[in-house]
Each structure stands twice: as C-alpha cells, then as structure tokens.
Design a protein around this ligand. Structure first.
Ligand SMILES: [Zn+2]
Length: 136
C-alpha cells in the first residue's frame, strides 16, 4: 500500500506506473508495447481484452466531467441557463474529452491493475534468445 500514491502519480505524469520511466507513448493514441526503462509489458493479458478497463475509466471520467460541467453551468446561470450552448457544448465535450483523456485512461488503468495484481516475472519482456549463428 505504500507504493499506491507513486503508482498513480507516475500514471498522471504519463510515465510507466511501475517505474516512472518513459516515454510510454509513441503518439497520443499509440502506446509502446513495453516500458523502455523497466521492460514491463503494458498489455498484461496478451489473449486480449486487457484494455477494457482503460476504456471504462475513460467513459466514467468523461461522464463525470460532463455532469460537473452541466451542473456547474446550471448553478452559475440559473434561472436562465443557455440550453442551446449547453447542448452543443456538451456534444463537443463528449466527443473531444475522451480523445484528450485517452493516454491518462491507459496509464491510470495500468496503475489500478498494478495495485490489485502486483508484478510477476512473466510481466517483463524476456530477453531474446540468441538465434543460431549463420556462417557465410
Ligand atoms: Zn517501467
């Protein structure tokens, strides 16, 4: 439990939650397969479905931001809320926020996963076996 704040702080900085190394993203939406510093595989379930948790985090955070913006706008503008602006602003928010939040949803999910399922030796990239020597 002592490691818990560190995992999430490193995730919020878009670094490897396990070691703090990085960068862990090649582009905004493409993650490295493993950490360049410690070698932990980011996809910890190669049979698939691992990132459903990050999509869930992205959905929940987007909904929370939308609810906060909606209630905040209502509170600030009551009794004449700008319904049209709220409609279009809400649509833009719901389309753009998940894209902007995407990398954090992945690193935060990794932090959650590492909290409940600590690292195992097989989570790390195994060094490649030297192949047979080819003589010419
Ligand atoms: Zn690492």
């Amino acid at each position: 439990m002592r490691r818990l704040p560190g995992l999430f702080l490193r995730a919020l900085r878009l670094r490897c939650p396990s070691c703090g190394g990085g960068p862990v993203f090649v582009t905004w939406v493409r993650m490295c397969p493993s950490c360049p510093s410690c070698g932990i595989n980011f996809d910890r379930e190669p049979q698939g479905g691992y990132w459903v948790g990050s999509n869930t985090i992205n959905l929940f955070v987007t909904e929370a931001v939308f609810a906060g913006a909606f209630v905040g706008t209502l509170a600030l503008t009551w009794p004449t809320p700008p319904w049209d602006a709220m409609l279009w602003g809400g649509m833009v928010l719901m389309l753009l926020f998940p894209v902007g939040f995407y990398p954090w949803s992945k690193t935060l999910f990794l932090a959650v996963d590492l909290t409940f399922r600590p690292r195992e030796p097989e989570d790390y990239v195994q060094p490649a076996e030297p192949g047979p020597r080819v003589r010419r």
